[in-house]
Design a protein around this ligand. Structure first.
Ligand code: SRM
Ligand code: SF4
Length: 557
């Protein structure tokens, strides 16, 4: 029986999970029913644990709901072999909208899959020994780790640790395999007693996110995660990790009980303690998270309300050992390296910017076909980055010219010619697929960046890098609250403007202007850029300048 928190009623999702701890609902029978174009709303909640969202095309709502599905892969550390990439690419063509959507957590989403395609797509992923289990839902999600090829051999161990942990935190429900691989509806009465060794019968109160980072690069945006591991190297060896906990970004407009929060650094642990510590942090969330209000159910609220000292004590009592004090570390940069670079082993890697994470073919840039041809020709490993970009790795010297040629023929730039500001952008999908979007994001940001590029150019600032992120609502999927300049949708064509994030991803930004209309963007942004150009100190970035100058104005109100 789930414990009720402060005598408030449990949220509906809690009641659903408790009644069906294998998360099977009526999924298999609805899947097999050719008359049904959708699942029930309750089954929609179970679908998430299987990596699937039931959506409808919001562009078509006026003519009635057209149901479709978004499927998210679980791709630990964003690493795909050539064979695995081919499967994703084929499935996108065959069952989805012929695009691959790279996510801000190193995964891939299919959009626009209709119900008749859902079963075959899921089966194909599993047949290729990949999974979507726990890509969404009240469980640990895709574990992030730095995708850039290592420069020193100890960094490989960070990848190994992240992959092991990803596996160790998977839920054990038998329904995933039964539904998507065997196509059978399990009888709930046979499994009523299912009690996951880690998650219990009711799983977590809410989603849980984990990342590993290797300083000085903070490409995973470590402090936005519920659980984080900062690699600590001493004398060329990975000696352990600093533990972080309690980060998260989701909030709701006009609800002060919800807010973005940066994780705290809790202590230091040895490599062989990673799994135990991760499980202890996760179970603190499991046992103390708010199961009465899903908007207030993340681990970050437990840390904020009970305090870091309480959290460390609780953790250590579960572990049966004390953590050491955190060791020194320093983050300097976030983001990806574009263009060709040398790996430590003499081979090369190529970082490619993927605008708003959407791998697709357009008339001018045929990125989807180009990547497929490179992978088919050279069996290249593909890595996905937390900034929604791609890195092609382990490339032999004799392959470089051929890859350049293929990309050129398809209109794909390898030289990072895009403006620095564009290459530092991220947007969430928002409309037309996301049911929570209040405004456009993926379809709006590229055009806004055209306009900002114009503003920068006319001020002689076209080489200025400003980290810009946009989301269609305050949930924070493209992590706008860590950007130097963030846009968060309020209503159609209106955005709150946030300023003051920094280059190393260690500072939350703050809202500077609310509900800025699309037609006012030039004057608002142009005005800020004029002041930045005039008032910046030597070498000062936009984020640091705005935290120094514009935050004062917010305080003054
Ligand atoms: Fe997210 C919900 C897309 C990363 C916070 N997110 C959603 C849903 C599933 C909408 C829904 O619930 O119906 C979006 C699907 C849109 C679509 O049509 O595809 C969605 N989130 C995404 C992705 C694809 C955005 C992207 O541009 O890449 C990212 C998938 C990552 C992955 O592979 O797992 C994605 N979401 C994030 C992040 C960033 C991160 O994790 O690094 C956040 C902020 C960090 C955090 O969790 O606090 C984030 N998503 C949310 C929230 C707010 C949760 C909260 O604490 O309140 C929601 C709403 C919810 O869960 O109810 C949400
Ligand atoms: Fe949807 Fe909001 Fe996430 Fe964008 S930030 S994908 S609009 S939930």
């Amino acid at each position: 029986m789930i414990k009720e928190n402060e005598s408030k009623p449990l949220s509906h999702n809690e009641v659903l999970k408790e009644a069906d701890p294998i998360l099977a609902g009526e999924l298999a029978s609805t899947l097999l029913n050719p008359e049904a174009d959708r699942f029930s709303n309750d089954d929609g909640q179970f679908l998430k644990f299987h990596g699937i969202y039931q959506q409808d095309d919001r562009d078509l709502r006026k003519t009635g709901k057209k149901f479709m599905f978004m499927i998210r892969g679980r791709i630990a550390s964003g690493i795909l072999t050539a064979d695995q990439y081919r499967v994703y690419d084929d499935l996108a063509t065959q069952y989805a909208n012929n695009t691959l959507r790279l996510t801000s957590r190193q995964s891939i989403q299919f959009h626009g899959v209709v119900k008749s395609g859902l079963g075959p797509l899921m089966k194909s992923i599993n047949d290729a020994l990949m999974t979507t289990l726990a890509a969404c839902g009240d469980v640990n999600r895709n574990v992030m780790a730095p995708p850039t090829p290592v420069t020193e051999s100890w960094m490989e161990e960070v990848h190994a640790d992240s992959q092991c942990l990803s596996d160790a935190l998977l839920p054990t429900t038998p329904s995933y395999n039964a539904i998507w691989v065997e196509g059978v509806q399990l009888n709930l009465t046979d499994h009523q007693g299912h009690d996951d060794p880690l998650y219990g019968k009711t799983y977590l109160p809410r989603k849980f996110k984990t990342a590993f980072a290797v300083p000085p690069l903070n490409d995973v945006d470590l402090f936005t995660n519920c659980l984080g591991f900062i690699a600590i190297e001493e004398e060329g060896k990975l000696v352990g990790y600093n533990l972080t906990a309690g980060g998260g970004l989701g909030m709701s407009h006009n609800n002060p009980n919800t807010y973005p929060r940066k994780a705290d650094v809790i202590g230091f642990l040895k490599r062989d303690q990673v799994e135990a510590v991760a499980k202890a942090v996760l179970t603190v969330h499991r046992d103390f998270g708010d199961r009465t209000d899903r908007k207030h159910a993340r681990l970050k609220y437990v840390l904020e309300e009970k305090g870091v000292a309480w959290f460390r004590r609780e953790l250590e009592s579960r572990l049966g050992f004390a953590l050491e004090d955190p060791r020194p570390y320093r983050f300097e940069r976030q983001g990806d390296r574009f263009g060709w670079h040398q790996q430590a082993d003499g081979r090369s890697f190529l970082g490619l910017f993927v605008e708003t994470g959407r791998i697709k073919d357009t008339d001018e840039i045929r990125l989807k076909s180009a990547l497929r041809k490179v992978v088919d020709t050279y069996d290249t490993q593909v890595r996905l980055t937390p900034s929604q970009n791609v890195i092609l790795v382990n490339i032999l010297p004799e392959q470089v010219e051929g890859i350049d040629q293929i990309l050129k023929e398809h209109g794909v730039s390898t030289t990072h010619e895009k403006s620095p500001i564009r290459s530092a952008t991220m947007a969430c999908p928002a409309l037309p697929t996301c049911g929570l979007a209040l405004a456009e994001s993926e379809r709006y940001l590229p055009g806004l960046i055209d306009r900002v590029e114009g503003l920068l150019q006319s001020r002689g600032m076209d080489r200025e890098e400003i980290i810009v992120r946009m989301t269609g609502c305050p949930n924070g999927c493209a992590r706008p609250y860590m950007a130097e300049l963030g846009f968060v949708g309020r209503a159609p064509r209106k955005y709150n403007v946030y300023v003051g994030g920094n280059e190393s991803g260690t500072r939350l930004n703050r809202v500077y202007l609310e509900s800025v209309k699309d037609e006012d963007m030039e004057s608002v942004l142009g005005g800020m850029l004029d002041r930045f150009k005039e008032g910046r100190q030597e070498g000062e970035r936009f984020g640091d300048w705005s935290a120094r100058v514009l935050w004062e104005e917010i305080k003054e109100g």
